[in-house]
Write a protein that binds this ligand. Structure first.
Ligand SMILES: [Fe+2]
Length: 143
């Protein structure tokens, strides 16, 4: 049991170190945004800045799970919104399809680059929702 406690402490330590990296990321992307006039660079830096801020919040959620109280993730809480989540998964699949179609129809490098970003992000939404579905299956192992 003591071993798990040690592992948890190591995890929290690493997450806090990671949060400092996210702070640094917010700072450096802000500096790059201020220095460049290029809209592509500005937007990409803005994406990374927003992602970094969100990463920090997720890291904090994990830290709080150990330091404050365990994160609740009950079958009831999932069940309450499950139909809505499933409908949303369909919306995300439509978005991925559109992104792929748009990218296929474009030859311009910058447009393809930006559409590539959108496609990756839409796929990411799809993946994290499917993984949530896996968690639900774990909660209901015989479903
Ligand atoms: Fe990050």
């Amino acid at each position: 049991m003591a071993k798990q406690k040690e592992l948890n402490e190591k995890l929290i330590e690493a997450l806090k170190k990671w949060q400092k990296i996210e702070d640094h990321s917010v700072k450096s992307t802000t500096e790059i945004i201020a220095k460049t006039k290029n809209p592509v660079i500005k937007h990409i830096m803005e994406i990374i800045r927003q992602d970094s801020a969100m990463h920090k919040r997720i890291q904090q959620l994990i830290i709080d799970n150990f330091e404050k109280e365990p994160i609740s993730f009950s079958p009831e809480e999932l069940g309450d919104v499950w139909e809505m989540v499933q409908k949303h998964i369909e919306v995300e699949k439509d978005a991925v399809e559109l992104a792929e179609e748009c990218r296929k129809n474009s030859k311009n490098f910058v447009v393809r680059y930006l559409l590539g970003y959108l496609m990756t992000d839409e796929r990411k939404h799809d993946i994290i929702l499917e993984q949530m579905e896996d968690v639900k299956s774990g909660i209901y192992p015989y479903a």
